[in-house]
Design a protein around this ligand. Structure first.
Ligand SMILES: NC(=O)c1ccc[n+]([C@@H]2O[C@H](COP(=O)([O-])OP(=O)(O)OC[C@H]3O[C@@H](n4cnc5c(N)ncnc54)[C@H](OP(=O)(O)O)[C@@H]3O)[C@@H](O)[C@H]2O)c1
Length: 325
């Protein structure tokens, strides 16, 4: 089997570390592994397949000998370095929002739109964590019943804000509150746009339409940061084009690759952030008919934002890339 030289940019971050784990678990055919971050964490050692690798400082010349680079070091790094890596023939799979809405960059969730990968130009974008789990849940409904409108409220864990977010929550829980808006024992909105929407809400709306290929799909989203450590949850209300039976929807999800149906309220069984932690699937539960609108239903969707919401999805894209190769 052909093996590939793989770089991880942002290797010491929450997503970068999850990428290392997923590459190892999935036995990705790595020939040479390169770990990169800023000079701040250069020298930090991380384990991979029983060996220890040192993080090196990210510089333009590091990409000379890599086939695939998984980027998770924020938008500014991706904007600057993804074109450099790509020009050297290294295929970039980028976790930041820098390239997601670029019309020349495919935005991929392998269970949903693998066909968009064709004719990529060297940079491939991984969607926002909350978008990924939502579109995995929407795709079977779209294919079987048609989508008319989607309303979604997110409950996004603090690990979505990276190492600093988790450290902030832990220090606030231990009593060190320095922020006027702590995340401990609180709920927050992040980064408002002049429109009153948050950047996260706009990202989710634009990305959902791009991935599903439905430009004018009516969407109404509210994104909330919650003080959980890992796993994003979403309350989703969907209006379908066609009539459905609850049992058909449950059967559909029970047979969807990448989805775990967890919906037995008689046994108190439903997805929680803790259940998703360190696992790859998208969990779906609380499936109920909504009688307040025609052909409407409720879903509760949960996934580990660091795994399916980031690292696992990126490695799945890399697997599609090498399959094409
Ligand atoms: N967390 C999530 O759930 C999630 C989900 C989907 C997508 N993402 C995206 O993935 C990216 C990383 O997220 P994260 O949660 O892993 O963040 P994180 O824990 O803060 O890690 C960021 C990583 O980027 C590196 N980095 C920062 N500035 C750099 C620079 N100028 N040059 C080189 N490396 C630099 C950091 O290295 P140093 O320690 O050396 O600074 C660190 O390794 C972000 O774009 C985020 O939006 C995150």
């Amino acid at each position: 089997m052909k093996r590939y030289n793989v770089a991880i940019v942002g290797a010491g971050g929450l997503v970068g570390r999850a990428m290392l784990k997923v590459l190892e678990e999935q036995n990705f055919p790595v020939a040479r592994l390169g770990l990169f971050a800023s000079s701040r964490s250069a020298g930090t050692e991380l384990p991979f397949r029983g060996e220890t690798y040192k993080i090196e400082e990210l510089l333009p010349e590091v990409f000379d000998d890599f086939d695939i680079a998984l980027f998770s070091a924020g938008g500014a790094v991706s904007k600057e370095y993804a074109p450099i890596a790509s020009a050297k023939g290294c295929i970039v799979i980028d976790n930041s929002s820098a390239w997601r809405m670029d019309p020349d960059v495919p935005l991929i969730v392998p269970e949903v739109n693998p066909h968009h990968l064709q004719n990529h130009k060297g940079i491939i974008a991984n969607p926002n964590c909350s978008t990924i789990q939502l579109v995995v849940a929407l795709k079977p409904l779209s294919d079987n019943f048609g989508l008319k409108r989607v309303v979604c409220s997110t409950y996004q864990s603090i690990s979505g804000a990276g190492n600093k977010g988790v450290e902030k929550l832990m220090s606030e829980i231990s009593g060190e509150v320095t922020d006027a808006k702590p995340i401990a024992y609180n709920l927050l909105f992040h980064q408002f746009e002049p429109s009153g929407f948050t950047v996260e809400e706009t990202k989710m709306i634009n990305e959902t339409r791009k991935i599903l290929g439905i430009d004018a799909l009516p969407l109404a989203f509210t994104c909330v940061r919650v003080p959980t450590l890992g796993g994003h949850c979403e309350s989703v209300n969907v209006e379908l084009e066609n009539n459905y039976e609850i049992e058909d929807v449950k059967r559909l999800y029970a047979n969807t690759v990448g989805v775990v149906l967890m919906d037995d309220t008689s046994r108190d069984s439903y997805p929680t952030p803790q259940i998703t932690q360190d696992t790859d699937p998208v969990y779906i539960g609380r499936i109920r008919r909504d009688d307040s609108a025609e052909n409407a239903l409720y879903l509760w969707v949960a996934a580990d934002n660091l795994r399916k919401g980031a690292a696992t999805n990126a490695v799945q894209i890399a697997q599609l890339v090498i399959k094409e190769d």
